[in-house]
Write a protein that binds this ligand. Sequence first.
Ligand code: GCW
Length: 841
Amino acid sequence: MPRFRPLLVCAALWFLALVPARVRAETGAEAWLRYRPLQEEAARQYESLPAGIVLLGDSLVLRSARGELIRGVRGMLGRTLREERDLPPEKAILLGTFSEMKALVPGLESRNKLHDDGFLLATQNVHGFDCLIVAAPTDRGVLYGVFALLAKIARNESLSPLQDIQQPAAPLRWVDEWDNLDGRIERGYAGPSIFFENGNVRADLTRAAEYARLLASIGINGCAINNVNANPRVLENEFLPQLARVADAFRPWGVRLSIAVDVSSPQLIGGLNTFDPLETRVSEWWAKKFNDLYRLIPDFAGVVVKADSEGRLGPATYGRTPADAANVIARALRPHGGIVFYRAFVYNHHLDWQNPKHDRAKAAYDNFHPLDGKFDDNVIIQIKHGPIDFQVREPVSPLFGGLEKTNEAIELQVTQEYTGQQWHLCFLPPMWKEVLDFDLHAGDGPTPVKDVVSGKTFHRPTGGFVAVVNVGMDANWLGHPLAMANLFGYGRLAWNPDLDAKEIAKEWTQFTFGNDTLVVRTISQMLLESWHTYERYTGPLGAGTLTDILGSHYGPGVESSERNGWGQWHRAGHEGIGMDRTAATGTGYVDQYRPPVARMYELLRTTPDDLLLFFHHVPYTYILHSGKTVIQHIYDSHYEGAEQAANLLQQWQSLAGHIDEDRYAETLKRLEYQAGHAIVWRDAVCNWFSRTSGIVDERGRVGHYPSRVEAEGMQLQGYVPFNVLPAETASGGQAIECVPPARDCSATLRFAGAAGWYELDVEYFDQNNGKSKFRVLIGDQVVDEWIADALLPASKPGGDASTRRRISGQALRPGDTIRIEGTPDGEEFAALDYVEIHKLP
Ligand code: GCW
């Protein structure tokens, strides 16, 4: 049949042309700096780009700027810009600081007033040629200008004519990493540290350098590389040269190195018998220490301090204040230009939970407001955005409005400690925007948080933004392929807090996945919905993330916040729920706000529904502004949230074939998991409140699962039922496990529904201390098998471990047996919760 071949080949080619151009497999390591070739038409508008590049001046950062421009243009336009030593007799791209550019382009600086890390992108006639200029007051600004220029090309924006001035909102735009010296990361969800390994700085710092490049591309200029629960060893003399190596890796990208320090270091590693900040010996120790450090790292940025908090030692040991502790370190840093970020996260975690006046939310203000004006000018108070701890929703910390004579920075969290730990999609810029735009009423006219932390409101010399990021060795930096949108969004907002979350989501998607309209629209939409979705199935009405606060901070654990000294109380009981923080009858927390804000939160009527339970204790039957009772809202929002999580998955599935296979598959896996885990959350929270309040769901859903068969109700061989704790984290409070020496256990059910096509959801427990095996058989036929090897933060069955396996497209007839076989491994006993059988349409 050879004569048919050409036809077949044609048909195959035609078919291939129809398949959307599938990009090669990607790991996500390039994040938003992919520089993929532009479509032909889009590339055409850059044909007149100059061929040569002239670098005025010479420094590591400027060389990075030139290298980056060459790399980006090469990637996107397929052309290699020529490095010119001098201005060629034709148009060129000129890179340099204003002072270097003065001779060639007089008056550039005075026409374009810029400070710090701002930059100018302009087309300008130089010696008769239309040149493209990237100019800035600092080398770093030039580098930022290059990234901005490349971003325009990636988004297919026109460059002619070009006249763009950008200026950061605040001088300090930092990230903190909570990396331990042994390589583990506190609240890190993407593999081990990129900085440390086995007690030392890693031999290979390639990733650290790559990270600095990513940070520079979004305007971040400082990075504290170790956990704020700081190991004092970082300041030991033998360790300093190791730190210097990290600073070397950062330097070409204008990212300055910082470390977190333990205030008791003078005693712990310094050999003194005190760390009292008012002792001369102590101040001398700090001064000498930083003299030594700056000899090795002349551009060292400064330090971050966590003290008198969560078991850390601090000035309270000697009856001294945070100002005493901050200033002794600040004075040692001052001669070198270094700064101190002193964290306001100081609170007593042994509060008396029975005392209705006790309130952890008050701690930061109570501790720091009285010290306003007592901190040196190179101290910045680093304030978590909310008064508790990165919950899914909190009001803005009143301390932002309580420090008029002190520098401030806002601390945000990119690592999703309380927002799904990168197993769940939760895009946080919409939340951060609400925080940054919140008017504190702290002066004449609007005083939004963003203006206070930028130093504008109270005319402070410095201030800014910090985010806890915790990237790891996972190729894609943060674990979930869509989680880097949070780091990107943080950087963009720290640079310009007026940006819109929608625009940020769009930009990130374009850079990360390309300009396909369907992809951009769908992913932006998913990102923008995800925070509200997560909030709905976890912690409603400002009650906090209803998670296990004593353990992982991950799965449901409604009661864990009560009856202990940590103070994350929501006070849910039989009658009602919420913390009364009013001045009239509660803890008086509302009075920490300026009067207009305090008045709003003091009254039930004016408190927004989404923060109601943060400020007020109400009966479950209290009617919200929405018209629903609190209890019905809790039920409805959890059902809505779980449905929306399922919808995120469907939206992603609509992109099959439009995204490279690896990132598509990895994201799909996480979204499938999230859709299942949202149901675990929904059921746990709804059942807990239904049991506690005694009020039924008016829509009859809670506690009724018509398509569910409990594992403990199946015919068991080897498997034994057990009670799961807390009870609401397993369906019916029980599950089954295959405890060694039993090896091959099984649970069987007989299908009693009508013949047809079905989908089975098997709910099992996937712990991190074993890799159990599961097989599912219908009759004698194996229809699925898998290994429970996910690395969830769980070492026992419960809400952290509960995971769904969906087996689709199964033909069932009445009387069929469905058998699940489990083989335990390690300490994981192949535990099973239930099976749901859904008819397919
Ligand atoms: O949210 C809590 C975290 C701790 C963290 C602390 C802090 C580094 O659970 O892991 O410690 O905040 O911000 O200091």
